[in-house]
Ligand binder design. Structure first.
Ligand code: ATP
Ligand code: MG
Length: 200
C-alpha cells in the first residue's frame, strides 16, 4: 500500500515538474501591466506593496492617485516625507459625491492625467502606479482610447499598476495581469471604523 507520505512526495514531484516547466517556458523579459480590481479590500495596498518591492531594488517609481484627496493616507505621508526620489502626485479633489461638480472633476482628471503622460514615456521609470484610475473611465472623465494607447505604448521595461473597481473590458484586455479582489466580508459592514495604518 502506498503511504500518505509517498503519495505526497509523488504529488509534490509532479507539481515541481509543472512549475519548473512553466518557469522555463516564460522566457520573455519585459515590464508588466497589472490591473487590480474588484469590490474587496486590497487593491491599493497591493500596489503599494509593489512600490516597497521596487524600492528594495532601487527602482525609479512614479505614483499618481486619482480621486483620493481629502483623506490622508499612511502611504502618502511616508512617501512625501521619506521618499524624495518617488514621483508622487494626487488629484486631490476628493470624492465626486463630495464635489458634485462634473466640470471641475473633469478638469482635475485631465490635469492629473497630464502628469501621467510623461511618466509613461520615460524609460527611466521602472514602476508606475495609477491608483484609482479606473473611476476616471467609469465616470467618463478621461478618454478610454487615450489611456489604453498611453499604457500600451509605454517603454518596454516599465511596469504599470492600475487599481480601482471596474475598469472595463478594453482595459482588462490590454493588461498582462488582471486580479479581481473579491469581497467575502469587510469589517466596515460590522460597523468597525476604518483603521489608521490598515485602511488608510
Ligand atoms: P486598500 O487601500 O485598503 O487596499 P482598496 O484599494 O482595495 O483598499 P478602495 O475601494 O480603494 O479599496 O477603498 C479604500 C478604502 O475603503 C480602504 O479603507 C478600505 O478598507 C475600504 N474598503 C475597501 N473595500 C471595501 C468594502 N468592500 N467595504 C467597505 N470598505 C471597503
Ligand atoms: Mg484603492
Amino acid at each position: 500500500m502506498i503511504s500518505k507520505n509517498e503519495k505526497h512526495k509523488a504529488a509534490m514531484k509532479k507539481q515541481k515538474e509543472n512549475v519548473d516547466a512553466s518557469i522555463k517556458a516564460a522566457s520573455i523579459e519585459r515590464g508588466v501591466s497589472i490591473l487590480l480590481t474588484g469590490n474587496g479590500k486590497g487593491k491599493s495596498s497591493s500596489a503599494f506593496g509593489m512600490v516597497l518591492r521596487a524600492l528594495g531594488y532601487g527602482h525609479k517609481i512614479g505614483v499618481v492617485q486619482f480621486l483620493k484627496g481629502e483623506q490622508l493616507s499612511g502611504e502618502e505621508i511616508y512617501i512625501k516625507n521619506q521618499c524624495p526620489d518617488i514621483y508622487f502626485y494626487q488629484m486631490g479633489t476628493g470624492f465626486t459625491w463630495d464635489t458634485q461638480d462634473r466640470t471641475a472633476d473633469i478638469a482635475a482628471a485631465e490635469e492629473t492625467w497630464s502628469k501621467v503622460v510623461p511618466l509613461l514615456q520615460d524609460a527611466s521609470y521602472d514602476l508606475i502606479v495609477l491608483d484609482e484610475l479606473t473611476y476616471m473611465l467609469a465616470y467618463k472623465y478621461l478618454d478610454e482610447d487615450v489611456i489604453i494607447d498611453a499604457l500600451s505604448d509605454r517603454p518596454e521595461n516599465q511596469s504599470v499598476v492600475v487599481t480601482g473597481r471596474g475598469g472595463g473590458s478594453a482595459l482588462q484586455g490590454i493588461m498582462d495581469t488582471v486580479s479581481e479582489v473579491k469581497e467575502v466580508k469587510h469589517a466596515f459592514k460590522d460597523g468597525i471604523k476604518a483603521r489608521k495604518g490598515v485602511d488608510y
